[in-house]
Write a protein that binds this ligand. Structure first.
Ligand code: F3S
Length: 445
């Protein structure tokens, strides 16, 4: 069960900023936390949050009861530190302490995000027993502190659905626009350190998208070509990110409702080509009654129009690394696939066989993989020669099937990152086109 704070009332904070030259003022309780009254780990976390808050120009901290942060055991750490103790790793890399700290149970409800490994596919990833042991120790340590091991970039698909107005501290660029926009929760795009400090203290700087005045739209976007399928929304998101960077758009001209899976893909795309942490779609997202309301009655800074030509340009750009059509790897599930997306792959495969020259891997949260297994969909995918992964993805795990020269995906985010991370070529198209490529070994969108 999640602990939710709703819209946290702001306790009055008076007096000088905590540090000379800083901006952050503290309540009496927070001052006590910062000065060691709640233990060394809480003091280290407060120190980190105050430094961070001062940089952001925050006047105060705000209480949070919902934090989604990084896996301790990243590929970087495993390579450098081998069998280092998770306590030391968490203290150094998450709380900026050179000495191991005695961390108390997490004050905020906390979730671990996606990591670099899927222990269920350990052999494929080449994980040895020592590495598996390290992952297990790391997870046991976090679990002992009360961190939920959701191990996904889409916690909102597996039970962590923040309420409207809830102050959160979430990492993960695809999840941030989803909860800010669709759900109306409030988070900035946090990092490993700030989420760890928020877990320990139940606080985050009250800045950026935590403040109502920063959540209004600045740009008006008109849709001049049908945006209907999940694929269209992925393409549209990538277009927006390219043009807006970090501004907040309100999108006009979207007829009817939009399904959450399309918005999952949309936010991931927009926050790959750009830094779109929030958007408004009147009648769809939580805080937009109308275009005027989303703009807070002000004229837009600028207007954009998404046309058929823009759609084609994005698709062309996202296929631009490919020098040929033979495919060795098909990746579905970035952000982690919904149950409906897993079912779609199973249906497209049913009775067919993945080409011997292709690996078809579908990525989903482990909780959804379990449900998909009970539904028989994992079995259908595996009988066809595919695999269903959890806990990781190729970009985070930095792992593709050996021999991959070119991969295909229905995710704009994955095709944006994977060629740069893994030195492979990418093809981008609909889920159907990707499954077709898995069956034939050829791209024919
Ligand atoms: Fe999730 Fe990995 Fe994509 S973290 S959003 S599946 S790049």
């Amino acid at each position: 069960m999640l602990t939710r704070t709703g819209t946290t009332p702001l306790a009055p904070v008076s007096g000088r900023p905590y540090r000379p030259g800083g901006t952050v003022r503290l309540t009496d309780v927070e001052r006590d936390m910062a000065e060691g009254g709640h233990g060394e780990a809480v003091a280290a976390a407060m120190d980190l949050l105050i430094r961070y808050g001062d940089i952001l120009g925050a006047g105060r901290l705000v209480e949070t009861g919902n934090v989604c942060g990084a896996n301790i055991f990243g590929p970087r750490h495993s390579r450098v530190y081998g069998d280092a103790d998770p306590v030391a790793l968490f203290s150094e890399f998450s709380l900026d302490s050179a000495t191991p700290l005695d961390v108390p149970p997490m004050r905020a409800h906390s979730c671990q995000l996606i990591g670099p490994y899927d222990p269920a596919n350990a052999e494929l990833q080449g994980l040895d027993d020592a590495t598996l042991d390290e992952i297990t120790r790391s997870e046991r340590y976090l679990a002992s502190l009360g961190v939920s091991l959701l191990n996904t970039c889409t916690p909102y698909q597996v039970g962590n659905v923040p309420a409207r107005g809830e102050h959160c501290a979430w990492m993960e660029s695809s999840a941030v626009p989803y909860i800010n926009s669709l759900l109306g929760a409030r988070t900035n795009t946090e990092g490993r350190e700030s989420t760890a400090a928020a877990m320990v203290t139940g606080r985050i700087p009250y800045a950026g998208l935590h403040l109502t005045e920063n959540r209004y739209a600045t740009h008006l976007v008109r849709v001049g070509t049908p945006v209907e399928s999940t694929f269209d929304w992925s393409v549209f998101g990538y277009f927006l990110g390219r043009h807006l960077r970090h501004e907040i758009p309100v999108i006009a001209g979207v007829p009817g409702g939009v399904d959450p899976v399309s918005l999952k893909q949309f936010g991931a795309s927009a926050n790959s080509s750009g830094d779109v942490e929030m958007y408004h779609i009147p009648g769809v997202t939580a805080e937009a009654v109308s275009v005027e309301h989303a703009l807070n009655g002000r004229p837009p800074v600028a207007e954009l129009r998404f046309t058929r030509r823009d759609h084609e340009d994005v698709v062309e750009q996202l296929n631009s690394t490919a020098t040929g059509d033979d495919i060795q790897f098909v990746m579905i599930g970035c952000p982690h696939a919904s149950l409906g997306q897993v079912l779609e792959v199973a249906r497209l495969l049913d009775g067919r066989r993945v080409s011997d020259s292709v690996h078809l891997w579908v990525y989903t949260p482990s909780a959804l993989r379990e449900v998909a297994r009970r539904n028989g969909w994992v079995d259908i995918i595996e009988r066809a020669g595919g695999k269903v992964w959890a806990d990781t993805c190729p970009a985070i795990g930095q792992f593709v099937p050996p021999g991959t020269k070119r991969f295909a995906t229905d995710s704009a985010k994955q095709v944006h990152y994977l060629p740069a991370i893994m030195g492979v070529e990418g093809r981008f198209g609909t889920t159907e086109a990707c499954v077709r490529a898995a069956l034939t070994g050829r791209w024919a969108a």
